[in-house]
Design a protein around this ligand. Sequence first.
Ligand SMILES: [Zn+2]
Length: 327
Amino acid sequence: MGLQVGIDLGGTNIAGGIVSEEGKVLCRQSVPTGQGCSPERIADQIAALCRELVQESGIAWQSVQWIGVGVPGSVEKKTGTVEYANNINFVQVPLRQMLEERLNCRAYIENDANSAAWGEYQIGAGKGCSSMVMLTLGTGIGGGIIENGRLLSGCNGAAGELGHFVLDLKGKPCNCGLRGCFEQYGSVTALIEQTKFAMRTTPDSLMHRWAAEHGGCVDGRTPFEAMRAGDSAAKKVVQAYVRYLCLGITSIINIFQPEMLCLGGGISREGETLLGPVRAFAAQHGYARGSVRQTRIAAAVLQNDAGVIGAALLGKEQEAERQIPIV
Ligand SMILES: [Zn+2]
């Protein structure tokens, strides 16, 4: 049985797991990312986590085919270099080589959103499709694009930033330096902002009660739950948010016409409340609305494990390029 180690390198945590070829997580662990550490030290941390996972699961190193790492930044996968990752201070870091030297094992690296999309494509909602676009709604909007069984990387490894096309010329400033990016309207951060704004102007809204019952916390569920309880202000928030999702997702479908478009992130658990209107809008306004074949729109299925599983399965995408047979 082929086993892989999958690592999801984040700004606050490094999560890892031993993953079977079928994408089953056999054992998992997570450690805090050393703050302000050098790339050398972070590579040491990843290597130590890999060793611990192998030891804890009781498997032999010989049964580990490779390790895969999802990195929060741009990755040039041909050379295995992290070109730029802002929140871990990586600039032109040859991470693949650093890990292979430390572990004496094949390593693959990829952007984290691309890794998660790859996992979803291999064993999740996109299984069996020839093309898929995954959109992860969270603090920002992450994306991954798969065409003919390969991840789209672009000329510099930075393709798939689906949160950063502009919906509003004079819109809200975005972290990327532009204004009015899709991320500023379709992310969960944006939904929470819109919710808080509506709560300030409607003191009698049920959104206040829901938040109070949840430790004063306003999150992505607040407007959905209050809407379901019959609150009209919450319904307006959800409708405005879903309208932006409809526009963003239909634009993405117009460009790629993938067989599957899947929505990830905790908010995708809202299911048909989100997916229903998006499907209806795309069917009515999508450029290819006259075509017999239409993009299917569905929720991602891997949820929290997508990053680790996708990273673990990276060898399946990149092995051909390395041109070294995997024994
Ligand atoms: Zn942007």
